[in-house]
Design a protein around this ligand. Structure first.
Ligand SMILES: *Cc1c(COP(=O)(O)O)cnc(C)c1O
Length: 363
């Protein structure tokens, strides 16, 4: 049956607007599973946000609330292109193979490519001489991007096509990023790149303000996904349904593997399984050694081989009776707990970026 993401619409939309207000030049990111909402819904919402911003006069690139939407891959373009009418930045670097070479010609003028190797810029411009692109600079993440020497090697090439800025993908905050960002900007300036636009990720609002202050002639474009779409957790509820309830006594057999119940209680079947991204590992959000030690020390049911599930009943996360099935999960509820009825809803703690919901309901 159904695993549902319910969104308190007013609260969610207020949050989106408050992020946009605090983040001039915002570039919403819609990629992967659409942060749980789906790519199409995020594209429509980005369009709504851009229109709200435009109505308030936020239209210059450094002021806009989403004149550009970022997607993760070339394959994702088709899902957003009809729902959002601005420019489309592809975050995965262009390569001379695969989906990058199959962009719908109708989108060619809206797509901004990310170029992370000097040889790719030459190859891209050979195919499309007026291509729009950003040059990615390698950061301490060491994912994609050119170093200072690669940037300098571009020479005249960076004066061809339409260079739309320099892109930095920073690691999640561990102290300040500013020292690194300043070094990388210096590299870009000394390479003589004909742009003063900087596309960044994972900078705090304080870091962004500091950057704007020290590079007032630059246009800053913060790419934001998680903090935008998922930043107001109180607006989001995930629920599953109880599909079956079976009383068991200690020693009774159940499940695909014929396990025995470790004590009296109930086996519950709830909606939500591996097809939704429900895994054996319950997200705790707290990965500190101390909390892991506490989990081990709690022992009890965990010690008989049951693993904590993401399903909560009466505010308490319950144990999987066995590994999740494709679309449902079996939970063990020890005797003494309140037993929910078939049809009741139970809360689920999920990682939104790794969960596929059957339904998303926005009020
Ligand atoms: C995913 C991604 C982002 C957005 O990351 P969030 O943590 O979801 O805000 C920004 N830049 C790049 C290059 C990305 O791949």
């Amino acid at each position: 049956m159904t695993l549902t993401l319910t969104v308190d619409g007013d609260r969610w939309r207020d949050h989106l607007i408050s992020v946009a207000e605090a983040t001039p030049g915002l570039v919403p990111v819609a990629k992967g599973n659409g942060y749980g909402f789906g790519l199409g819904r995020l594209a429509r919402r980005a369009q709504w946000l851009a229109e709200r911003g435009a109505a308030l006069g936020h239209t210059a690139p450094g002021e806009a609330w989403g004149d550009v939407l970022a997607v993760g891959t070339y394959d994702e373009l088709a899902e957003v292109a009809d729902r959002f009418d601005g420019s489309l930045l592809v975050l995965t670097p262009w390569r001379p193979f695969g989906a990058a070479l199959e962009v719908d010609p109708k989108l060619a003028d809206r797509v901004i490519h990310t170029v992370s190797r000097p040889e790719d810029l030459a190859a891209l411009l050979e195919r499309q001489s007026d291509a729009r692109y950003v040059l990615e600079v390698v950061t301490s993440m060491l994912r994609h991007g050119m170093d200072a020497r690669g940037l300098r090697s571009l020479g005249d090439l960076a004066h061809r096509g339409r260079l739309e800025g320099v892109a930095l993908h920073l690691p999640l905050a561990q102290g300040s990023h500013l020292g690194q960002v300043r070094r990388l900007i210096t590299d870009a300036i000394s390479a003589g790149l004909p742009t003063t636009t900087l596309w960044v990720s994972h900078l705090t609002s304080i870091e962004l303000a500091a950057l704007r202050a020290s590079y007032s002639d630059f246009t800053i474009r913060p790419r934001i996904g998680t903090q935008l779409w998922l930043g107001e957790r109180a607006a989001l509820t995930v629920t599953a349904q109880v599909l079956d309830v079976h009383p068991v006594e200690r020693g009774d057999l159940f499940g695909y593997r014929g396990r025995t119940a470790p004590k009296n209680g109930h086996v519950l079947v709830v909606s939500g399984g591996t097809a939704h991204g429900i895994g054996l590992e319950a997200p705790s959000g707290d990965l500190s050694l101390k909390s892991r030690a506490a989990t081990l020390a709690r022992g009890g049911m965990d010690a008989v081989g049951f693993v904590r599930s993401p399903f909560a009943i009466d505010g308490k996360q319950r144990l999987f009776a066995e590994p999740p099935h494709m679309q449902a999960s079996m939970l063990f509820l020890p005797a003494g707990s309140r037993v929910p009825a078939v049809g009741d809803e139970v809360e689920v703690r999920v990682r939104y970026t790794a969960t596929t919901f059957d339904r998303v309901v926005v009020s």
